[in-house]
Design a protein around this ligand. Sequence first.
Ligand code: FCB
Length: 457
Amino acid sequence: MSADPFAGLHARFPADFVWGVATSAFQIEGAATEDGKGPSIWDTFCRQPGTIADGSHGDVACDHVNRWEEDLDLAAGLGVGAYRFSVSWPRVQPAGHGAFNAAGLAFYDRLVDGMLARGLQPHLTLNHWDMPQALQDRGGWAARDTVQRFVDYARAVHARLGDRLASMTTHNEPWVIAMLGHESGHFAPGIRHRGTAMQVVHHLLLSHGLALQALRADGSRAGLGIVLNLSPVHTATASAADAAAARLEDGRLARMYLDPLLRGHYPPDVLEYLGADAPRIESGDLRHIATPMDFMGVNYYTRNVASSASPWNPAAAGRPITDMGWEIYPQGLTELLLRLHREYPVPPLLITENGAAFADELRGGRVEDAARTRFIAQHVSAVADALEQGVPVAGYMLWSLLDNFEWASGYAKRFGIVHVDYATQRRTPKDSALAYRAFLQRVARRHTEEAAEAAGA
Ligand code: FCB
């Protein structure tokens, strides 16, 4: 039907721009109790009635632990140069402290070698939410002792894999861990307590800074950073009350993380709002948190619309949405990147996640997901807009390679560009995967031609 939504986009990116796809351990691995893996808080959470929309869990998921070679083949077949994945902490250190599990470390060792063998740069995330249950039982992220446990874990992973990694991310989306995990309780560990959530923010950020220092002292050559979920916050109406709600929402979502990481202090207005729920901070903590990063990861899905009448994002009434109910708003990514560049001393930025869930159907061996292809192209174009205005964006990673376990939504929400039939574990690249591949082929061809011209000139 309509023209290729990627048309012309390949010419807007530099040759060294990194193109990738992303996954995370709990969402794809399965093998929940195999080879010495300990339970994570998500294994526990899924067992509690009413937590996951379809009553599912991650015991098998995409069976990636047994099918990783096929999955890396699929990624490499797209023509991407990078693969973002996470390590399951309880797979490599079952109790989150003490002994490491040789079989778990060996799995990631093979996985990383498998990426390199296929020309994929490994981008590793240490904490994509699946904290060991045994550590949660000792207080989890609310306990200051967990900070040091995380540093030990980071060093062990780095000692085994660090020589082959393009980047290491400490935490994926600390806002989600704190707010959904500890304030609203929609995600594991299912705690509902604002003061606890704010202490969790502080311990996540502190463990990030201390891990960076430890990994640098250990001689890390991988780029080190963190991944934040960010969105521009707009107002529902022009009222002063909504403007104030948006300012606070931006404080809680963005500035609560950006300010300590990049400027060395928490935002005073948010601390004032939190009152007795503000985190307890020890002397020296803020200096550690602001340890310089090599890159910062940005996950972008939608904008937020703040309203004084509703504490959570009001529904995107009448606007285009994905199957998650999230508004499709690509220009928000440009706006966000420009703002980061303008207001903060940011290191190079990496789009570490962007993508969309749609109600896909596999028919005759094909998934016609034109809406997803359009979504991706529009957001890639939004990144180009930011690049052209001077924002240092180093790469773009699509969420996700595979349909997978979408947390509290279970398996009903499909974010993959490769369809997974959970009954057979058969993988089928969707039309969006073919479009992304065709786009990446044009990117590669253009750079080959440019290099040839430069050599001939
Ligand atoms: C992000 C998560 C990722 C995935 C997407 C849809 O918040 O980092 O694991 O679930 O949302």
